[in-house]
Write a protein that binds this ligand. Structure first.
Ligand SMILES: C[S@@+](CC[C@H](N)C(=O)[O-])C[C@H]1O[C@@H](n2cnc3c(N)ncnc32)[C@H](O)[C@@H]1O
Length: 492
C-alpha cells in the first residue's frame, strides 16, 4: 500500500512556526517574493497574503499546477519528514534551495513528537502512522548536518527543528551577529555647538552609527558621510564636536558593551565554521580592527572566553557574580529579556544553547546550571499576568552530549509555579515593582517559608488556604471570616 503523503497537510488557522520566526527575525521584507514549497492546503499562503505579502506556493498533492518560481525567501516546512525515501528527501531539499534567492527555511518534526501519535509501525528510518502517513523525526544536530551535507551551505538554527540557509554567507553572518548584539538606546543629546545644532539629522545619523558599532563609519558606511565631511571638515571632527558637547554621555560603556558582543560572536562562531578572517564581512573586519586592534588579539580573547567556559567553577562563579536573575544552589534563572545583562561568560553559555537550538518559541526563562554543561528553556505563557504562573513546557539541553529533552506540563493539574517574579527580570521591566510588592506581602504573611511545599501549584494553593489568604491579580487578600468582607493585607 502506498504511503498517503497528501494526508499529512493540516488546516492552519495561524501562520506556521517557520514563517512566524522568519518574520519575527526581520527576514521577510515587505517587498520580498515568498514561496512555500510543499505548501499543503495553502493556509500559510492565505495568511501571508492577508498581511499584504507576496506569496506563492506549490504542492505535488494539493497545488500541483502552480509554477515553481524563484523567490527571495523559500520555506520547506514539515515536508522532508513526510517523505519515506531518503534520496527523494535530498532531491526535494535541493529543488527548494534552487528556488531560494536569499533565504531557505527548512523545518521538520523533532524526536520526542512521535509520542503524540497513536498506533504506529516502523518504516525505513521513521514510522508509519495509523493514517498510513510516514513521519521521520529528527534530532536537532542530525537535521543541521543533513541540510549542510546535501546543500553544502551552512544551516543556522532558528528554532527547534527549524534552520535558515542563507544564499549569501555574509547575510548569514549578519543574522548570527545581530543575535549576539544587545540593544542600546542611542543617547539623547543636548547639542550646544553651533554646527551640531544646525545639522541635527547629520549628527543623529553619526551617533546612531556609533551606538551600533562603537566606532566611526568609513565613508561608504554612512549615507551622510560626504555632507558631514563638507560641513565639519571630516567625520572625525564631527564626532569630536559631538564629544565636546556631550561630555556627560558614557561613550566608554558603549565601547565596552560592543566589544563584549563582538567577542561573544567570534567565540560562538568557532563552533560553526571557525574564525577565518576571510569569512568575516567587511563591516565586521572594521569592527574587529577598531575594537581589538588586530584579529589575532580578538581571537586570543575569544579563545580565552571559550576555555574559561570549560574551567571547573567558572560558570558557578559567574552565576554568583550576576546582578540579574534568581540564583539557587544549583542554577540561575533569568527572564530572556534580561539575558544581555548577564556576565559575558553566561551569555556565551546561553549562546551555545542558542547555536544548537535557535530560539525556543514561547520560552520565558532560561536556566543555566552552575556545575553541569546544561541549560533549560522554560515557558510560562502567563508570566506577566499571573502572580504565580505555571510552567507550560521545558526544553532541557545537555551541551556536552548535544541532547534535547522536552517536558510538557500544560493542562496538568499540578504544574510547577513561580514565586518572586521580580528576581527574574531586570530593572525597568514593566510591572517589576508590582511583582516586588506582592513578594513583600507574601513574605510578611510567612507564605514563602515552606519552600518544599510551594513549588507546585497544589502545595502553593494549600499554603495560601491554610494561612487564610487568596490572591486577586497581584494583590494578596485575607479571606474574610464569616460576615467580614475581604481586604488587602497592609503590605500589598
Ligand atoms: C505536513 S505537510 C506540510 C504543509 C505545509 N508546509 C505546512 O506547514 O502546513 C507536508 C506536505 O508535503 C507535501 N509533499 C510531499 N512530498 C513532497 C515533495 N516531494 N515535494 C514537495 N512537497 C511534498 C505533501 O503533499 C504535504 O502537503
Amino acid at each position: 500500500m502506498e504511503v498517503a503523503r497528501d494526508r499529512t497537510a493540516l488546516s492552519r488557522q495561524a501562520l506556521s512556526r517557520p514563517w512566524r520566526l522568519a518574520i519575527a527575525d526581520g527576514l521577510v521584507r515587505e517587498d520580498a517574493s515568498l514561496f512555500d514549497y510543499g505548501c499543503g492546503k495553502g493556509d500559510d499562503l492565505r495568511l501571508l497574503m492577508a498581511q499584504g505579502l507576496v506569496a506563492n506556493g506549490w504542492d505535488p498533492n494539493h497545488r500541483p499546477d502552480t509554477e515553481l518560481r524563484p523567490s527571495a525567501v523559500v520555506n520547506l516546512g514539515y515536508v522532508i519528514n513526510v517523505i519515506e525515501a531518503p534520496a527523494e528527501r535530498a532531491e526535494t531539499l535541493q529543488s527548494a534551495w534552487k528556488l531560494a534567492g536569499r533565504l531557505l527555511i527548512v523545518a521538520a518534526r523533532m524526536t520526542g513528537e512521535e509520542r503524540d501519535l497513536a498506533q504506529r509501525t516502523r518504516l525505513a528510518d521513521g514510522i508509519l502512522t495509523s493514517r498510513n502517513t510516514f513521519q521521520k523525526f529528527y534530532e536537532q544536530q542530525e537535521l543541521k548536518h543533513w541540510i549542510e551535507k546535501v546543500l553544502g551551505a551552512e544551516a543556522i538554527a532558528a528554532g527547534p527543528g527549524i534552520f535558515y540557509v542563507f544564499r549569501d554567507a555574509d547575510a548569514g553572518e549578519a543574522y548570527r551577529s545581530a543575535k549576539t548584539r544587545r540593544r542600546i538606546a542611542a543617547p539623547s543629546l543636548t547639542l550646544s555647538e553651533q554646527r551640531c545644532r544646525e545639522h541635527p539629522a547629520l549628527v543623529d545619523g553619526l551617533i546612531r552609527f556609533y551606538t551600533e558599532r562603537a566606532r566611526l563609519p568609513e565613508p561608504d558606511e554612512l549615507a551622510e558621510s560626504e555632507v558631514i565631511a563638507r560641513v565639519f571638515g571630516s567625520i572625525k571632527r564631527a564626532f569630536q564636536a559631538i564629544l565636546r558637547t556631550n561630555a556627560e554621555v558614557d561613550w566608554g560603556q558603549i565601547i565596552a558593551a560592543r566589544r563584549e558582543d563582538l567577542l561573544l560572536y567570534l567565540a560562538l562562531s568557532r563552533f560553526e565554521r571557525g574564525m577565518r578572517w576571510s569569512k568575516l564581512s567587511e563591516p565586521l573586519r572594521r569592527d574587529v580592527r577598531a575594537l581589538f586592534g588586530t584579529y589575532a588579539a580578538a581571537q586570543r580573547q575569544a579563545e580565552a572566553l571559550l576555555l574559561q567556559l570549560g574551567q571547573p567553577g567558572a560558570v558557578d562563579a559567574a552565576v554568583s557574580a550576576a546582578t540579574v536573575g534568581k540564583t539557587t544552589p544549583t542554577a540561575i534563572y533569568v527572564h530572556l529579556s534580561a539575558l544581555e545583562q548577564l556576565p559575558l561568560l553566561l551569555r556565551a553559555f546561553a549562546g551555545c544553547g542558542h547555536g544548537y537550538l535557535g530560539a525556543v518559541e514561547g520560552a520565558t526563562l532560561i536556566k543555566i546550571y552552575r556545575r553541569e554543561p546544561k541549560l533549560s528553556y522554560l515557558a510560562y505563557p502567563d508570566f506577566d499576568r499571573d502572580p504565580h504562573p505555571a510552567l507550560d513546557f521545558s526544553f532541557n539541553i545537555d551541551l556536552r552530549e548535544l541532547r534535547l529533552k522536552r517536558r510538557w506540563f500544560k493542562g496538568q493539574p499540578n504544574p510547577p509555579v513561580l514565586h518572586r517574579k521580580e528576581c527574574f527580570v531586570a530593572e525597568g521591566y514593566p510591572r517589576r515593582a508590582t511583582f516586588a510588592r506582592l513578594t513583600k506581602a507574601e513574605e510578611a504573611a510567612g507564605l514563602l517559608e515552606a519552600t518544599d511545599r510551594i513549588g507546585l501549584r497544589r502545595g502553593w494553593e494549600a499554603v495560601l488556604n491554610e494561612n487564610g489568604f487568596t490572591l486577586a491579580g497581584h494583590r494578596l487578600i485575607r479571606v474574610p471570616q464569616t460576615g467580614v468582607s475581604a481586604s488587602p493585607t497592609k503590605a500589598t
